[in-house]
Design a protein around this ligand. Structure first.
Ligand code: F6R
Length: 608
């Protein structure tokens, strides 16, 4: 997490650094800071909270240096206050850091034993003090960094600025992303190319263990052993990062409303509309028919997309699927066979746990396939096969359009797998493809329920706890509904398999508890209705999301019924994502919450 930027230029860099940090705020917004050299001397400006607080401070006391570093923080070690805000500095240097230095306690103790005093609770300050210590022993900056980096454990990226050194910036990448940007007599460092997009489209991604010495005329890149290396330069097309709110109040609203378009665009990439078949836009280094098992790992919403796809792969292609949250997969030492398929799902392609799982699976000689939204991400670069979701830039911290695009790609993959394994006939494939093709139009239709959902959201905003229930693919969707609500409204919510209700959670139900039931009219609809009856009998207030047939057949009094267009049951979770997203969004907006940047969260989670 955290976003880092460095610029070595020929005009005051602080405004550019702030501009770049705005594009990195998705990585955290607990505090922000900038350091530059003012007439050769280090100067810092830092502020607690969002970037606008830093901007306000800088407008009072501007920094004018032509070289500088900046940071937007998602707190790991130490409270999100100004003291713990980056850059951290000594009389020798300033440093910004993304990630975690796992062995900071032992390094700190060793330095303290040598009389070094610490001012903050952060792990970052250890890096500042270690390099400073080496410089006090007479080492020049580059050498001091060179001897310090091998002592640091964990996943991190760093950028250093040195007192009195107007011609040198150093960046290091160890497990967390860092890119170099090339300008005309100017050089840049950034956590990603998005941050640098206003200044340059000429980008090099550092590889793990790389570190780079930037001067105005270019960069020397070294690998972990200290040897000089060449890394490829990429042209990042202008426009790949366009993101504005359009006519919407929030990015999240815009992204919910974009879904018919981006799901359609994603579909067009995977489906031959006229032939009624899935055509994958890449070669596979394996044959689905030879697979004994798929292991899926992902985090948060992406995990829930993976969980929906477990139902699809097992039902349509008869492939057993194991699925884990990525933070568990990499440590549970599951027996894996070389040649099996490991599938990863991630919007950012940078999530630390998912990336580590990908590397773990690759080391175990599994085939790796990643469903990612950011094509330049580390996961996209390290996966054997990349299945891109064409959701476009997703800015809102709560994932919406990336989720439905992930579902679209995963269902396309499951259909392709079914065909390859002979478990889906051409007619069945065409029926599913036709159902998929209809989804964007049905999503637009579903948006028309927005006004009713907005009114319902006022009711939901009074709740302390909310339960979401579903069966089959509606079960992961129930969890996704609960996740969306809790992360942006801070109302406690849980998603449960409807049939599991009676094994415990039913004890929570009383007349204050809204229970949102997702129940399309499918082969298990009746079972879900029985579970709803159990809720109703205990006074629970039911909000039912169903289709026309389901609304007719329920025969139960509900607080509200949201009637969705009737669709093929297999694609229902893609469509039913719309009302659960709108319900969470309007509840949070009604409660006055910051829906695009909810507290404590960040868009890209690059720490374990
Ligand atoms: C929730 C949300 C998160 C992400 C999770 C994984 O709305 O957005 O749960 O889904 O942090 O992120 P990616 O998909 O970037 O790996």
């Amino acid at each position: 997490m955290c976003g880092i930027v460095g610029i070595i230029g020929n005009t005051p860099v602080a405004p550019q650094i702030v501009e770049a940090l705005k594009r990195l705020e998705y990585r955290g917004y607990d505090s922000a800071g900038v350091a530059t050299l003012e007439y050769g001397r280090l100067a810092r400006c830092r502020a607690e909270g969002k970037l606008r607080n830093l901007e306000a401070k800088l407008s009072q006391s501007p920094l004018s240096g032509h070289i500088g570093i900046g940071h937007t923080r998602w707190a790991t070690h130490g409270k999100p206050n100004e003291t713990n805000a980056h850059p951290h500095a000594t009389d020798k240097l300033a440093v910004v850091h993304n990630g975690i230095i796992e062995n900071f306690r032992e390094l700190k103790a060793a330095l303290e034993a040598k009389g070094v005093r610490f001012e903050t609770e952060t792990d970052t300050e250890v890096v500042a003090q270690l390099v400073t210590y080496e410089m006090r022993q007479g080492r020049p900056p580059v050498e001091a960094v060179a001897v310090t980096l091998p002592r640091l454990r964990g996943a991190f990226a760093l950028a250093f600025l040195f007192n009195g050194e107007d011609e040198v910036l150093i960046g290091a990448r160890h497990g967390a992303p860092l890119a170099i940007g090339y300008g005309a007599d100017e050089m840049y460092l950034g956590s990603d190319a998005l941050a640098l997009a206003p200044f340059t489209d000429d980008i090099t991604y550092l590889e793990d263990g790389d570190w780079a010495i930037l001067r105005r005329k270019g960069a020397d890149i070294r690998d972990a052993s200290g040897a000089m290396v060449q890394r490829p330069r990429h042209k990042i097309p202008a426009g790949s990062f366009m993101a504005d709110k359009g006519n919407h109040r929030h990015f999240m609203a815009k992204e919910i409303h974009e879904q018919p378009e981006v799901v359609g665009r994603t579909l067009a990439h995977y489906v031959n509309f006229s032939a009624g078949r899935v055509e994958l836009p890449f070669e596979l280094p394996f044959d689905f028919k030879d697979l004994k098992r798929i292991s899926i790992s992902a985090c948060g919403t992406a995990y829930l997309a993976g969980l929906v796809s477990k139902y699809w792969f097992e039902r349509l292609a008869r492939i057993p699927v194991e699925i884990d949250v990525a933070s568990e997969f990499r440590y549970r030492e599951a027996p894996l066979e070389p040649g099996e398929l490991a599938l990863f799902v991630s919007q950012s392609g940078e999530t630390a746990d998912t990336l580590a799982s990908l590397r773990y699976a690759a080391a175990e000689k599994l085939h790796t396939l990643s469903v990612v939204n950011v094509p330049t991400s580390t996961m996209a670069r390290e996966s054997a096969v990349v299945a891109q979701t064409l959701a476009g830039v997703e800015v809102g911290v709560a994932s919406t359009k990336a989720f439905t695009c992930q579902l679209t790609v995963l269902l396309s993959l499951a259909i392709a797998a079914g065909r390859a394994r002979g478990t889906l006939s051409a007619e069945e494939e065409k029926e599913l493809v036709d159902a998929l093709i209809a989804v964007p139009g049905q999503m637009s239709e579903a948006m028309k329920r927005e006004h009713d959902i907005e009114i319902l959201a006022r009711e939901l905003s009074k709740a302390k706890d909310v339960l979401y229930l579903g069966r089959g693919t509606a079960y992961p969707l129930a969890m996704e509904g609960a996740l969306k609500l809790k992360e942006i409204s801070y109302i406690h919510a849980e998603g449960y398999a409807a049939g599991e209700l009676k094994h415990g959670p039913i004890a929570l139900i009383d007349e204050t508890m809204p229970v949102i039931v997702i129940a399309p009219f499918d082969h298990i609809f009746e079972k879900t209705v029985s579970n709803m009856q159990e809720v109703a009998a205990r006074g629970g207030r039911i909000i039912l999301i169903t289709d026309e047939k389901g609304a007719l057949e329920t025969g139960l009094d509900t607080l509200a019924t949201i009637v969705m267009p009737s669709v093929h049951p297999v694609v229902a979770p893609i469509l039913n994502s719309v009302p659960i997203q709108l319900l969470a969004y309007h509840t949070a907006v009604f409660m006055g919450k910051d829906v695009d940047q909810p507290r404590n969260l960040a868009k890209s989670v690059t720490v374990e």
